[in-house]
Design a protein around this ligand. Structure first.
Ligand code: SAH
Length: 200
């Protein structure tokens, strides 16, 4: 494993992410939104996340920027980053497959929005956010730079902590007890032990 290979793996992760998302982006544009919690706060959070997971790592890969923050490349960390990247892509794919037309980049409810509780959503309420956390961890492991590496954890972490409570509130308002029951049997981003081995 060399630094160039680690950078290439990061780019493959980003391209894979995009390829998985495109069809959903197109389809979601055709499915009207019935209720939205989008606002200036959401827009700021999306920009912060995009800076951490997109702009900073790409400036590092393309221009070596910021140069003063680089450290010695460690192949073993990069190998762990490669494995984490593959796990992130797989999870990201599973979330899109299960969420289908109900996916949105922001906090929206679409017309005839269904509460998805199957597929990967059987175990987790926010598996797509788990996949983003894995991406951010992979980025920190693959890029030997004290700013560009951890930027994803900070950027996505900010979006996650400010958004997840709001999203659950929106879902509770829309789906009432169905969502409350769902909360009781699932974990947010890490599966509950009892949902992996349900008690009879
Ligand atoms: N937080 C989820 C989904 C992220 S996409 C995850 O991490 O997997 C964000 C959109 O998904 C929001 O507009 C929200 O309305 C919708 N959403 C979140 N959980 C959902 C669920 N269980 N079923 C259907 N739609 C959901």
């Amino acid at each position: 494993m060399t630094l160039s290979v680690a950078k290439a793996i990061y780019l493959i992760l980003a391209v894979g992410w995009y390829v998985i998302r495109i069809p959903h982006e197109r389809r979601s544009r055709r499915t009207p939104i019935s209720r939205s919690a989008r606002g200036i706060k959401e827009r700021i959070l999306l920009s912060i996340s995009f800076t951490g997971l997109g702009i900073l790592p790409f400036s590092y890969i393309a221009f070596g920027f910021p140069r003063f923050a680089k450290y010695t490349f460690q192949p073993s960390l990069a190998w762990a980053g490669a494995v984490t990247s593959m796990a992130a892509l797989l999870l990201f794919y599973l979330t899109h497959r299960a969420l289908g037309r109900n996916w949105s980049v922001s906090l929206d409810l679409r017309e005839s929005h269904k509460l998805v509780t199957d597929g990967i959503y059987t175990y987790l309420r926010h598996p797509m956010y788990s996949a983003f956390w894995l991406w951010a961890i992979a980025q920190a492991l693959l890029l030997p730079n004290w700013i560009a590496g951890p930027a994803g954890l900070v950027g996505f972490g900010t979006l996650y902590f400010f958004r997840v409570g709001e999203e659950e509130k929106l879902m509770r308002e829309a789906f009432g007890n169905e969502y409350r029951d769902y909360i009781n049997r699932t974990g947010r981003i890490v599966p509950r032990v009892s949902s992996v081995h349900p008690r009879r």
